[in-house]
Design a protein around this ligand. Structure first.
Ligand code: PMP
Length: 402
C-alpha cells in the first residue's frame, strides 16, 4: 500500500505560494452560516434554498429515464460547448414568447448561471478593470469579480433599485467595463427595477458605452403584479446587454444548468472560456431539462402558489418579531426579504445569539461593495412551511430581544 506522507520531506524546499487573488477573496459568509446551522432543529432563513418538497421528482426522474432509454449514446457522450440544440431551442422559444426575440444560436448553455458570471469575467475583465454593481449586491458575483482582479464600485440606489443618473455619472467617472445587476426580485433585497428605470439604464449604457450584465434567476417566481421586460429588450441594449438565466430556482439547483444570451463576439469569447473551464455542461442533464421545459409552466404555477403563501406568512409574522423602528419591503416575487433593524443593531454581532435560539439569517454587511449598513439582514422565505416560518420568526424575536 502506498502511504502519502502529510509532513514534508526534511530537505524539501517550500512550494510556491497560492495566487495573490486567493488571498484577496474570502469564502462565502452564506455558506459559512449554512455550515454552522446545519443542525436539523435550526429553522434556517439564511440559505437561498428552493423548497425540496416541491421539486418535480417524478417529472425529472421520467425525463432522465426516457433520455437514457431513448438516446443513451447521445446522452452519455461528450457534447458541444454551446449546448444541446434541443435545450437551446426550447429556451430561445421561451425568451421569444416573453418578448425578447432570441434564436437558439444566441444562447450558450452554462453549468449554472454562476458559471455564466465566471465566463463573462474571463471574457471581459483584465486585472484592474472596474465593475459597477448594485449596493447591496449578490455575494458570489462579488467573489467572481474579485477573483478576476476587478475594482468593484457600488452604484447608489433606493427602494426601487439602481438610480440611472448615478449610474451615468459613475460610468463617466470610473470608466467601467460592465454594470452587473439583478433587476428582478434582487438577491439580497427582493427589489424590482421599474420599467422606466430599465429603459433609462439601457439608454445610459448606449450613450456611455458599457456592458450590462443582467442576471435573472428569480424572474419566473412572480407572486403578484405585472412582469417587467428585461433590460436587454429596451432600445440601446441590443448590442451590449448580456442576460443570464438559471434552472436552479424554477426546476432544481442540483442539475447545475443555466444559460447566457449575449451578442455574438462576446458569446464566442465566453464559449472559449467555457472550453477551458469544463468543455461543456452535462449532456444528460441538458437533454432531461429540455424535456422538462414542456411541463415547466404547470410546475411553476404550483411553486408560485406555495411560495406566495410563504412570503405572506413571513410578512404577517415580521411586525411581532422585529423591534420597533424596523423596516422591510414587500417583494412581489423571488425568495428574499430584506430587513433594516433600528440603527443601534448590528446583525453580524447578533447572529450567534440568534442562532442559539435555533434560527438563522444572513447579516447584510457582506453584500455591500460600498459602505455596509450593519443593521440589515436577509431572510429567505421559500424553504419552510408557513407554520415553520411563524415559529422561526418567534425565535428570531427572542434572539433579537436577548
Ligand atoms: N445569480 C444570483 C443573483 C443568484 O442568487 C444565484 C444563486 N443564489 C446565482 C446567480 C447562481 O445560481 P446558479 O449557478 O445555481 O444558476
Amino acid at each position: 500500500m502506498t502511504v502519502i506522507a502529510s509532513t514534508p520531506h526534511p530537505t524539501a524546499a517550500a512550494v510556491p505560494p497560492l495566487a495573490a487573488r486567493t488571498g484577496k477573496v474570502g469564502g462565502s459568509p452564506v455558506r459559512d452560516i449554512l455550515a454552522v446551522t446545519a443542525r436539523p432543529e435550526v429553522i434556517n432563513f439564511a440559505g437561498g434554498l428552493p423548497a425540496p418538497e416541491l421539486f418535480d421528482r417524478d417529472g425529472i426522474a421520467a425525463a432522465f429515464r426516457d433520455v437514457l432509454a431513448e438516446t443513451p449514446a447521445q446522452a452519455l457522450q461528450y457534447s458541444t460547448t454551446e449546448g444541446e440544440p434541443s435545450l437551446r431551442a426550447g429556451l430561445a422559444a421561451r425568451l421569444s414568447q416573453r418578448g425578447l426575440v432570441t434564436g437558439a444560436d444566441d444562447l450558450l448553455v452554462t453549468t449554472g448561471s454562476q458559471q455564466g458570471l465566471s465566463l463573462l469575467a474571463t471574457a471581459l475583465l483584465d486585472p484592474g478593470d472596474t465593475v459597477l454593481v448594485e449596493d447591496p449586491c449578490y455575494l458570489a458575483a462579488l467573489q467572481v469579480f474579485g477573483l478576476a482582479g476587478a475594482r468593484i464600485v457600488a452604484v447608489p440606489g433606493d427602494a426601487d433599485g439602481v438610480d440611472p443618473q448615478a449610474l451615468e455619472e459613475l460610468i463617466a467617472r470610473e470608466r467601467p467595463k460592465l454594470f452587473y445587476t439583478v433587476p428582478t426580485f434582487q438577491n439580497p433585497t427582493g427589489r424590482t427595477l421599474p420599467a422606466a428605470r430599465r429603459a433609462a439604464v439601457a439608454q445610459v449604457a448606449a450613450r456611455a458605452g458599457v456592458w450590462i450584465v443582467e442576471d435573472d434567476p428569480y424572474g419566473e417566481l412572480r407572486y403578484e403584479g405585472e412582469r417587467v421586460p428585461w433590460i436587454a429588450s429596451y432600445p440601446g441594449a441590443e448590442d451590449r446587454a448580456v442576460l443570464l438565466g438559471s434552472f436552479s430556482k424554477v426546476m432544481a439547483p442540483g442539475v447545475r444548468l443555466g444559460w447566457l444570451r449575449a451578442p455574438a463576439a462576446l458569446r464566442r469569447a465566453c464559449a472559449v472560456a467555457k472550453q477551458a473551464a469544463d468543455l461543456h455542461t452535462s449532456t444528460v442533464n441538458q437533454l432531461a431539462a429540455a424535456r422538462c421545459l414542456t411541463t415547466l409552466d404547470a410546475h411553476l404555477a404550483r411553486v408560485r402558489d406555495v411560495y406566495r403563501e410563504r412570503r405572506d406568512a413571513m410578512l404577517a409574522g415580521l411586525p411581532a418579531a422585529l423591534p420597533d423602528g424596523s423596516a422591510w419591503q414587500r417583494p412581489e416575487g423571488g425568495m428574499f426579504l430584506w430587513v433594516r433593524l433600528p440603527a443601534s443593531y448590528d446583525t453580524t454581532a447578533l447572529l450567534p445569539k440568534v442562532v442559539r435560539q435555533d434560527v438563522a439569517y444572513v447579516p447584510g454587511a457582506p453584500f455591500y461593495a460600498g459602505e455596509p449598513d450593519p443593521s440589515t439582514l436577509r431572510l429567505c422565505f421559500v424553504t419552510q412551511t408557513p407554520e415553520e416560518i411563524g415559529e422561526g420568526l418567534r425565535r428570531l424575536g427572542e434572539g433579537l430581544r436577548s
